[in-house]
Design a protein around this ligand. Structure first.
Ligand SMILES: [Zn+2]
Length: 556
């Protein structure tokens, strides 16, 4: 598949109405009894949407961490739950991309509701995402977190600018998955902390947890997985993938069944790597919806749920594994139960749903090589970095680290460079010469040369341009060959490249404002936020990279 196809013809959508809400007694419903719902928010002036329809009272964003677009077609017939419902009933964009280079979790989540690429959210990778020692967690010694590196606004801010009574709830298995979709807004933002076995927040948002979350934590659902055994949900014949593949999980424990620890505290520490984490995250989100009466008033509220398990299982067992297949089927069921419960609580004609992913994934290079003959490799550029640093030292850097390679970006310390009397582009040129011949390296671009790249024909250059903020201290960028990964043999399947395996993600819009159908023009996840803003009836308050997906918005 070519990298980032340009726009082409689109399918003709057909209109449909939402089916009546289906009420199901589910695990989710059983898990969500905390807290009486407060009275609805006072009436807000209803903003007319383009179609003259009353604005939604609830916008729901599901981000499935590491959900590759092709999983929908690969497992289509088995998706009878929530993923299947959205896939069959929504406006489905089959050629949607995170159209920037470093396809990691933090930049991916920062793009969903901001409508902007990392060059303007300035969330460049996970390390430069949410870690913040000045914002400790409530009731935990784990690393603090905040959105303080995030720049600009999101849909939540645009709605709040129109209606200050609007509220947002964001829940995830991981901090960056909860924090970054919302941006800087101090809303209800909670994530799972494996060190304590509880959902928490950071001091950026609050000094204490709300009563409903304390009650939810007291149910000890993560501890409740102790002693469970993860077996495939479906019959063996339902899985085309071999179970026993020694490249998986670092060669240790790579076949079903997987037994969880019998000790509850130990189970709570590892639950994030099991399918049960998504069920627990959805249960927390539903408890919050009930307790906050989210979407139950006349304002438009926002619920963001980032489901982290697919990422954990995808890293460990890879995208071609029986384990990831089973995870996606289980996620489908959990999401179906959640939607049933949500529609039992809220008028489905006033709810809009979006589903996307922060990134895709690339499989184990050894397996890619064996199965496709592609020259996929593990790549380590320590030698090129060392040689570049020695070159700087020889020019007077005095042994002070002047460069660092992170997520394919060569960061430079301008003070050290000034001491060595060399410019960033000279360092980039030396590093490029040292790194270019290394097997698995496709290209090294000097940041200075990207500005003149042909962004239509050269999708990789375009994705790097969408990545790098102006004036960022980044002198060069490295792109590996398709199928290659950073690291050493025995590492995890991973993502983070500008290639389509990592960049191609689902993008589905579901609910009355959207025209059901398949759309195969090239779109970006950055187009999601302006499209949601359109159907909510609020204008973005800053310039965006994304554009409204006009064809998916029903005209009447
Ligand atoms: Zn991720």
């Amino acid at each position: 598949m070519p990298v980032g196809r340009r726009p082409r013809r689109s399918a003709r959508p057909r209109r449909r109405r939402l089916a009546a809400p289906i009420v199901a007694a589910t695990l989710l419903a059983a898990c969500s009894g905390a807290g009486a719902a407060p009275a609805g928010a006072p009436a807000a002036a209803e903003a007319p949407t383009p179609a003259g329809r009353a604005a939604p009272t609830l916008v729901v964003l599901f981000t499935v961490d590491q959900l590759r677009q092709d999983y929908f077609t690969r497992f289509e017939r088995q998706l009878t739950g929530g993923l299947g419902r959205l896939w069959r009933g929504g406006a489905v964009f089959t050629e949607a991309y995170q159209d920037y280079a470093v396809t990691e979790t933090a930049p991916g989540h920062a793009s969903t509701l901001s409508g902007r690429f990392p060059r303007s959210t300035r969330i460049l990778n996970n390390r430069l995402g949410v870690p913040d020692p000045n914002m400790p967690l409530v009731g935990s010694q784990a690393t603090g977190a905040s959105p303080l590196r995030f720049e600009g606004t999101t849909l939540v801010d645009w709605i709040a600018a129109r209606d200050r009574r609007s509220r947002a709830l964001s829940v995830s298995g991981k901090d960056r998955g909860a924090i970054l979709p919302i941006g800087r807004s101090r809303q209800s933002v909670f994530w799972y902390d494996g060190t304590t076995g509880r959902f928490t927040t950071s001091r950026y948002y609050a000094d204490t947890l709300p009563t409903w979350l304390t009650r939810f934590n007291a149910r000890r659902l993560p501890q409740g997985v102790a002693g469970r055994v993860w077996m495939p949900l479906l019959a063996d014949t339902a899985y085309a993938e071999p179970d026993s593949v020694p490249f998986e999980a670092g060669g240790k424990s790579f076949t079903f069944p997987y037994a969880l620890p019998a000790d509850s505290a130990a189970a709570a520490q590892v639950v994030a790597g099991t399918p049960w984490m998504d069920e627990i995250t959805l249960a927390a989100a539903l408890a919050g919806v009930r307790a906050m009466n989210l979407g139950g008033g006349r304002s438009t509220d926002v619920l963001a749920v980032s489901l982290s398990t697919t990422d954990a299982i995808g890293h460990r067992y890879g995208p071609d594994s029986r384990e990831i297949h089973d995870q996606v089927v289980r996620l489908d069921r959990a999401l179906g139960a959640f939607l049933d419960s949500l529609y039992a609580l809220r008028d489905s004609t006033r709810v809009v749903i979006a589903l996307t992913a922060d990134h895709g994934v690339t499989g184990f290079p050894e397996l890619t090589r064996a199965r496709t003959g592609q020259d996929a490799r593990w790549v380590d550029l320590k030698d090129a970095i060392d040689r570049t640093q020695q070159w700087l030292d020889a020019r007077g850097a005095g042994g002070t680290a002047g460069i660092a390679l992170a997520s394919g970006m060569l960061f430079v310390d301008k003070a050290v460079l000034a001491k060595a009397r060399v410019g960033p582009d000279s360092v980039a040129a030396f590093f490029a010469a040292a790194a270019s011949g290394v097997p698995g390296v496709l290209r090294v671009d000097r940041a200075a040369s990207l500005a003149t790249a042909d962004t239509v024909r050269d999708a990789i250059a375009r994705r790097w341009l969408h990545m790098l903020p102006p004036q960022a201290p980044i002198a060069a960028v490295v792109t590996l060959t398709p199928g290659s990964l950073w690291g050493m043999p025995g590492g995890s399947a991973s993502h983070g490249s500008p290639h389509d395996l990592d960049a191609h993600v689902p993008l589905i819009l579901y609910g009355p404002p959207f025209a059901t159908g398949r759309y195969d023009q090239f779109v970006r996840v950055a187009d999601l936020a302006p499209t949601l803003a359109r159907v909510v009836g609020v204008p973005p308050t800053e310039r965006l990279d994304g554009r409204v997906l006009e064809r998916a918005v029903a005209s009447h």
